[in-house]
Each structure stands twice: as structure tokens, then as C-alpha cells.
Design a protein around this ligand. Structure first.
Ligand code: IMP
Length: 198
């Protein structure tokens, strides 16, 4: 089965492919919408991960010739009342990159004692403009006290310390992150629901 995936984020796409390989074997292939860069992106107006994932999946599925999934994901920090949350990609501004977002997070967390946080991922599957299902995954960790470590992964990974690994997500290879990540949990749930697990 071929599933289209609506993302322009290379970090996400790499992980999606690895996760599908791991949980779906050779029964699924994931492909991006070839012309996704030519399609104007929808405004992410939702206030929840679910709303934004559904909005993206519905919108992009109109351009796909089969089922398509989109995810909305981000980091929720308890001491910041769940921020940056759905604004994770644009925490430091509309076109901010990972470095600026991470810098701002460290500034906001300066001197803060409670550093618990979680990554959240919601995947919505849609076909011809209609949502077919939605799955959520979460992983608990804490924000590092220092500048963060590691060059693996993307986004906030170097700042996300995961106790069971005694390391940040930026320090572990993608093959290890996928065993526990929010994205894997959501995608694995979708693969199981579609009975595509090998
Ligand atoms: P989205 O593309 O609107 O879903 O935004 C996702 C943003 O959340 C990314 O740009 C990252 O900043 C952050 N994020 C989501 N998942 C991860 C992850 O697995 N590692 C690090 N950052 C993540």
C-alpha cells in the first residue's frame, strides 16, 4: 500500500520512512506529494495538534491520488503551560529555524526548576478531503539545563533529555529514537489500525 505523506520537513520524512520500515515492513511505502513545494501551504489555524493535523491532511489529500497522512507535532513544556505546543515550529517567529527556537526555549527556561516536558505527535489520515482516522503519540522527558547536546535528529532534540537513554534525543541515532518516540507511537497506531503491520 502506498501512503502519501504531507511534509516538507526532511527530519520528519526521514523518521517516517524509518518507522514505516520498522513497523510496516514491506507492506507500506511512504512517499511525499511530489509537488508539495508548489502547493501553497494551508494556514495552521488550529489551537490543538488534532485540529492542525486534520486541517493539513484534508487539505493536502485533495492533491493526492490515494490516502495521505499529515502530522502535527511539537514540544509541550509544563513550566510554560504547554508552550511552545502547536507553535513549536514558529516559537521564535514565523520563519524561525531550529537554532532560534531552541535559543528562545533555553531563555524562557533559564532558572526554572520544573523542566518536565513531552513531545506530542498527532497523525491524521485523509482521503479525497475526508478524515479517515487520527492517532496520537507522546513521549516524556525534560529540558536540559545547559545548551543541549547532540547533532542527531532535528528541532528540539538536543534539548530533550530522555531518562531511559541517559541522553538527549540529539545524541541517539534515529533507529533508537524510533523505539520510543511520539512520532513512532502515533504512526505505529495508524499502521495497526489499518492492519498493515508485518
Ligand atoms: P509542525 O511541522 O507544525 O508539526 O511543527 C513541528 C515542530 O515541532 C518542529 O519544527 C520541531 O520544532 C518540533 N518537533 C516535532 N517533533 C519533533 C521531534 O521529534 N524532535 C524535535 N523537535 C520536534
Amino acid at each position: 500500500m502506498k501512503l502519501y505523506c504531507a511534509t516538507t520537513n526532511p527530519g520528519k520524512l526521514r523518521e517516517f520512512r524509518l518507522i514505516v520500515e520498522h513497523f510496516g515492513g514491506d507492506r507500506i511505502t511512504v512517499d511525499t506529494l511530489h509537488n508539495i513545494r508548489d502547493i501553497e501551504a494551508p494556514e495552521e489555524t488550529g489551537s490543538t495538534f488534532e485540529e492542525n493535523a486534520a486541517l493539513k491532511a484534508v487539505y493536502y489529500s485533495q492533491f493526492a491520488s490515494g490516502p495521505l497522512f499529515a502530522d502535527d507535532s511539537g514540544l509541550a513544556v509544563d513550566a510554560l503551560q504547554g508552550a511552545p505546543g502547536v507553535y513549536s515550529a514558529r516559537f521564535a517567529g514565523e520563519h524561525a529555524g531550529d537554532a532560534a527556537n531552541n535559543q528562545l526555549l533555553l531563555e524562557r527556561m533559564h532558572g526554572v526548576h520544573n523542566r518536565t516536558a513531552r513531545f506530542v505527535c498527532v497523525i491524521a489520515l485523509a482521503e479525497a478531503g475526508e478524515v479517515k482516522g487520527m492517532w496520537r503519540g507522546e513521549v516524556e522527558g525534560r529540558i536540559t539545563d545547559d545548551d543541549g547536546v547532540g547533532t542527531e535528529g532535528f528541532g528540539y532534540d538536543p534539548l530533550f533529555y530522555f531518562e531511559p537513554f541517559s541522553a538527549t534525543f540529539g545524541q541517539v541515532p534515529a533507529e533508537k529514537k524510533l523505539l520510543v518516540s511520539h512520532r513512532s507511537k502515533a504512526l505505529e497506531a495508524m499502521i495497526k489500525a489499518l492492519r498493515l503491520n508485518s
